[in-house]
Design a protein around this ligand. Structure first.
Ligand code: ADE
Length: 236
């Protein structure tokens, strides 16, 4: 069972999310638990303040360190000397999330996800209490809540027993080095467009070959970067 605790100022955003679809299936199946924690309940002032203006000036607000570190330590324990939970903060400054990272995170016992706000989080809170910063891409959202949901859904479907057919996780784009090619279902003809004949031929070998050619072609056209060797492994 993977336990995920989410620290957020908008816990209500997660209500429907954790009950529906693959995440709901994982929760009901006992492979996953998701608990949300309102950051404001870790404040001590009457206004339940979670942010303040930045030292040095500038636009926007910065998340204060005290409630954040208190919340993280209440859920995960102190960072030093060692804790069993992994504390991940969602921020555009983080390492870009990919399938490999999801797979590593899905094997943890407990994840504490910290939803920052995009203007920023006091650096001391990050240094003192966060293990890892993760971004879901090079674009800016207003907070880490939607990125946290992306991460939760991404790990939920990798937990053993969650997908009815474990092969569907294996064949997909990014589980391997190429993108998944086109898929078709009934009807065999739609608005004058027929399904490629090979898929209806019953020849499983031909179908396999066609799919891998299509997968390679899609990747060449759409994501040629996936076919290039990673930086540092280039031949000179
Ligand atoms: N918060 C705001 N934008 C984000 C992004 N792209 N990834 C992760 N967290 C974020």
């Amino acid at each position: 069972m993977l336990r995920i605790d989410v620290i957020t100022i908008f816990p209500g955003l997660f209500d429907a999310f954790v009950g529906e679809s693959i995440v709901g299936i994982a929760v009901r199946g006992g492979q996953l638990s998701v608990e949300t924690h309102d950051l404001r309940s870790y404040t001590t002032d009457p206004h339940r303040t979670v942010d303040d203006s930045p030292f040095g000036g500038g636009a926007g607000m910065v998340m204060k360190p005290e409630p954040l570190v208190t919340a993280i330590e209440a859920l995960a324990g102190p960072k030093e000397p060692n804790r069993s939970a992994r504390v991940v903060m969602l921020t555009p400054q983080g390492q870009k999330l990919d399938q490999n990272r999801l797979s590593v995170l899905s094997r943890e016992q407990q994840l504490v996800l910290v939803c920052g706000r995009y203007e920023g989080v006091d650096q001391r809170a990050i240094d003192l209490a966060v293990d890892e910063e993760v971004s879901i891409g090079d674009y800016v959202l207003s907070g880490g809540e939607v990125p946290a949901m992306a991460l939760i859904e991404g790990v939920a479907r990798l937990l053993p027993g969650v997908l009815g057919n474990p092969e569907s996780a294996l064949n997909e784009s990014f589980q391997g080095p190429t993108l998944e090619g086109p898929q078709y279902t009934r009807p065999a003809e739609f608005r004058g467009h027929a399904v490629p004949a090979v898929l209806r031929s019953g020849d499983h070998g031909a179908v396999q070959r066609w799919r891998s050619e299509q997968s390679m072609e899609y990747t060449r056209q759409r994501r040629p970067d996936l076919l290039r060797p990673p930086e540092g492994e280039k031949q000179s």
